[in-house]
Design a binder for this molecule. Structure first.
Ligand code: HEC
Ligand code: HEC
Ligand code: HEC
Ligand code: HEC
Length: 323
């Protein structure tokens, strides 16, 4: 091979490698979906936005970092100091995990805490699924005219891109537990122990129906899309069982993460509560014997649409106790 040919060949290979890298870049970038922010959702989901604005998830943004006057309440300053936080709570990466939504306009922007727990904390960071989730099959196609095929593809593609659809009840429930069960995998065991030592609350009694059907409830569905419908007793019973399954799997999974006594005790109590609640449900036998995520998903599928009001009945929370 003459030198000039070798040069040509290696240049060609270099360019080819570069082109391959370049072409595959968009998919690399989308490996890290990001949060676009609730303001964007408001454009099309006004009713849901109005509901959210009245929840503690929203109002907490302005209040949670303030020192409470009542000294028996948890002190944000103390908790922050315990984990070695130099900055304000709003700028601390441990507190970010649960108390705030870090959003950015585009992939290259610097993420900022713009609100408390928000739409995408529960429905998934939207950068990848946003353009997919509302596409009925073209710009001019209305919901009524959407083909069954398009609908199936729309749901599957946005799910693959990270949207937690309201119909994915188990995924919805396990997501609440990452924060409410202090089970976020990115929370370091050390920091967890320090937070709890400094008085951070841990609530072993988070129950899905009680916590989702009060202030947080938004259920605007066809045909009218305007009524914030209450769950029927049958829907409540199913959601209750799914919530208990998620609580059991979460508590069992994280129990040994920290030896901080408050943590171990709360997770044990959570698991015991869930076991007692699931005891009368035949479909839960496998999960009770082995509390894995797979078994919980199997349970959710097995009870979908079933009437469990008889088995769950009196275990449901009273409406007056809804959060
Ligand atoms: C440009 C308008 C538009 C924007 C912006 C938008 N959505 Fe949607 N969204 C829709 C439409 C239309 C549907 C209904 C799809 C259907 O018929 O199932 C929908 C459906 C949903 C659903 C499923 C509802 C159901 O019935 O199961 C969720 C959850 C959702 N959107 C969340 C969000 C969130 C969170 C944001 C902000 C990050 C957002 N959307 C931004 C138009 C939009
Ligand atoms: C793994 C999720 C998670 C992390 C991380 C976390 N928190 Fe919390 N925090 C919660 C939850 C959930 C509650 C509500 C607990 C309850 O009462 O059920 C809460 C409650 C609080 C409260 C009490 C608020 C009130 O309304 O009484 C304070 C103060 C607080 N957290 C401070 C902090 C600080 C400071 C950090 C960072 C060092 C932090 N938290 C990190 C989940 C978390
Ligand atoms: C605390 C978690 C949480 C937050 C925050 C949250 N959602 Fe939801 N969302 C849910 C759950 C759970 C459901 C399922 C309700 C059901 O079907 O029982 C749901 C259902 C929906 C639906 C379908 C029902 C309806 O009312 O339209 C849409 C659309 C939606 N959410 C959009 C949003 C938007 C937009 C925001 C922010 C303004 C938001 N959600 C904030 C948990 C949440
Ligand atoms: C990203 C973390 C996160 C997720 C996910 C999350 N929450 Fe929360 N939630 C919090 C924090 C933090 C607080 C406490 C805020 C405070 O006290 O200032 C809270 C408070 C609440 C409250 C108010 C409780 C009270 O005592 O007034 C309810 C109700 C609630 N969450 C329900 C839910 C439900 C239901 C889900 C799942 C569908 C959910 N949350 C998912 C972080 C989260």
């Amino acid at each position: 091979m003459k030198p000039d040919k070798r040069f040509f060949a290696s240049t060609f290979l270099f360019l080819l490698g570069w082109a391959v890298t370049f072409v595959s870049m968009p998919s690399m970038a989308s490996a890290e979906p990001f949060v676009k922010g609730a303001k964007l959702c408001e454009e099309c989901h006004e009713e849901e936005f109005k509901v959210w604005q009245k929840t503690k998830h929203f109002t907490s943004f302005r209040t949670v970092h303030r020192e409470p006057k009542d000294a028996s309440k948890p002190s944000p300053k103390k908790i922050l100091k315990a984990v070695g936080g130099q900055k304000r709570m709003k700028r601390n990466e441990t507190c970010y995990l649960c108390h705030y939504t870090l959003e950015k306009k585009d992939a290259g922007a610097k993420p900022q805490a713009k609100s408390g727990t928000s739409c995408e904390s529960c429905h998934g960071a939207s950068s990848d699924w946003l353009p997919l989730h509302d596409n009925y099959g073209g710009k001019d196609v209305k919901r009524e005219a959407e083909s069954a095929d398009n609908k199936a593809k729309r749901i599957a593609s946005s799910k693959a891109a990270g949207l937690i659809w309201p119909t994915m009840k188990y995924e919805v429930a396990e997501n609440c537990m990452t924060c409410h069960g202090l089970a976020n995998p990115d929370l370091k065991a050390d920091d967890l122990a320090k937070m709890l030592g400094a008085g951070h609350p841990i609530n072993p009694d988070f129950e899905l129906v009680k916590y989702s059907q009060g202030s947080v409830r938004h259920r605007h569905y066809p045909p009218d899309m305007k009524t914030n419908a209450e769950m029927t007793p049958k829907e409540q019973a199913e959601f209750f069982v799914i919530g208990q399954a998620a609580a059991l799997v979460s508590a069992t999974g994280v129990m040994s993460k920290s030896s901080e006594p408050k943590y171990v005790e709360a997770q044990k109590k959570r698991a015991e509560n869930a076991k007692a609640a699931l005891a009368g449900i035949p479909e839960a036998a496998e999960l009770l014997a082995s509390p894995t995520r797979d078994n919980a998903l199997k349970l959710a599928t097995a009870i979908a649409g079933k009437d469990l009001t008889g088995a769950v009945g009196s275990k449901l929370p009273a409406k007056g106790d809804y959060k």
